[in-house]
Ligand binder design. Sequence first.
Ligand SMILES: Cc1cc2nc3c(=O)[nH]c(=O)nc-3n(C[C@H](O)[C@H](O)[C@H](O)COP(=O)(O)OP(=O)(O)OC[C@H]3O[C@@H](n4cnc5c(N)ncnc54)[C@H](O)[C@@H]3O)c2cc1C
Length: 306
Amino acid sequence: MAGLTAARELTHHAWDVTILDKGRSVGGRMATRRMGNSRLDLGAQFFTTRSEAFCTAVAAWQRAGWVSPWYTGPDPEDVHTRYRAIDGMNALAKQLAQPFHVRTEAKVTALQADQGRWQATTEAGETFEADALILTPPAPQTLALLGPLVPDVTSKLADVHFHPCFALMLTLSGPSLLPPPGYARPTTGPIEWLADNTMKGISEGPAAITLHATGAFTREHLSAAPAHVTSLLVEAAAPYLGSAVTASQLHRWLYARPVADHQMMCLSSDEPAPLAVAGDALAGSRIEGAFLSGLAAARQIQGLRS
Ligand SMILES: Cc1cc2nc3c(=O)[nH]c(=O)nc-3n(C[C@H](O)[C@H](O)[C@H](O)COP(=O)(O)OP(=O)(O)OC[C@H]3O[C@@H](n4cnc5c(N)ncnc54)[C@H](O)[C@@H]3O)c2cc1C
């Protein structure tokens, strides 16, 4: 979201943007997986809107038919509407990426600055040159990529840490026991959140469950065998399932959510060449934080040019 937002903002200022993403698709933690006929959001489950800039963007996405409200409340302390992406979070990312040159499965492994321009080299050995660079991987990965090139920026990223998170996807033979609108947030045990993608309205099939483990459970079982982790989580989820599990897939997010909100919005430097760093760790650990950070990064880059 940070990278796509920055790209969209820069094209309003006539920049020619190329997106390099190591994934098979753009979207990062806005990921969606297929299991048979089922479609499951694997990372972010929904988003809320608090800032004016994000409200405006989401209203436009809603008019385009890319997102719609899922539910509001029920916590009276948190009245924000939760939005879902039609066809899953990754479909929204793909819509946002439509206008750009996108290179997927292009993992950047080296960066170099020469005479005020950037050069990025991918794992496959391709090189890309640019007048400016915006980096939006999770902060520890950005830190590793930049190495000693821009000490002013990297010194501010050094203490940014992330919680890991196991995400378990399950399809069921019949309906789940989750009450409408289709999610639960257990207060004890290894599960932080579980939701039924069929009830959310993005999946076919009787029930398609995404389950996120707590940070504590994930850290404790980080190196455990996937089958063992799966059986522990399925056992804990039993009160919410009510039907037999027909298939399962486990995913380990090493960089799921930043441990602290740093609220720096973005970092930038014009030496050794125009650079901005963005991502949820800098502006709030949500899709909205990534959006705001990407927007701020694009404006910094535009400011460095003008
Ligand atoms: C399990 C889970 C549940 C969540 N639930 C919610 C939720 O309900 N609501 C909410 O608002 N937020 C939620 N979030 C957080 C939300 O997903 C993130 O805040 C947001 O998506 C971060 O966007 P980003 O652009 O900063 O980073 P990312 O989405 O991580 O994007 C970084 C991109 O950089 C690419 N990349 C990394 N390294 C390289 C490289 N070397 N070369 C090329 N490309 C590279 C990656 O492939 C990726 O596409 C959740 C996250 C997780 C993991």
